[in-house]
Design a protein around this ligand. Structure first.
Ligand code: TYD
Length: 132
């Protein structure tokens, strides 16, 4: 889907254990203002049915796996994340949901804005209308 993309991160292979990293404006196309993570998700639960007016995100499965459903108001795409050395860049203006979390999965999310409840669109019809 246009603009949403998988970004592969550096991976330093080492027999002592591998290492990956993220630099703002280098591996993600924005300044990182906020980092949050989603964990201890009960089986069958889903997160994040909403869009952001301004916030951009980069979502990484640090552990386990889950599906990110992205929707531009016209098409939907399901992206499975299951490795810690790549993530999904989601620009502003996409509806997104995260579900199908595996046991003990850990979703790391880098955000381009600080938390702002007024940046959210929680109503799918409003989102569709705003994208016409
Ligand atoms: P929300 O973004 O709706 O979660 P998700 O998209 O994962 O379903 O946020 C859930 C609650 O957590 C909501 O009350 C706002 C709060 N919250 C913060 O206070 N700061 C944050 O950075 C985030 C992401 C959420």
């Amino acid at each position: 889907m246009s603009d949403c993309k998988i970004i592969t991160l550096p991976k330093i292979l080492d027999k002592r254990g591998n290492l990956s990293f993220i630099e703002q404006l280098n591996h993600v196309p924005f300044v990182i203002k906020r980092i949050y993570w989603i964990y201890d998700v009960p089986g069958g639960e889903g997160r994040g049915g909403h869009a952001y007016k301004e916030n951009q995100e980069f979502i990484v499965a640090l552990s386990g796996s889950f599906d990110v459903i992205i929707d531009d108001g016209k098409e939907k795409e399901v992206v499975t994340l299951n490795r810690s050395y790549y993530g999904l860049y989601v620009p502003k203006g996409f509806w997104r949901e995260i579900n199908n979390f595996s046991t003990n999965s850990l979703a790391l999310i880098l955000s381009s804005t600080e938390y702002d409840k007024y940046d959210y669109i929680y109503d799918y019809n409003e989102f569709k209308l705003s994208n016409l």
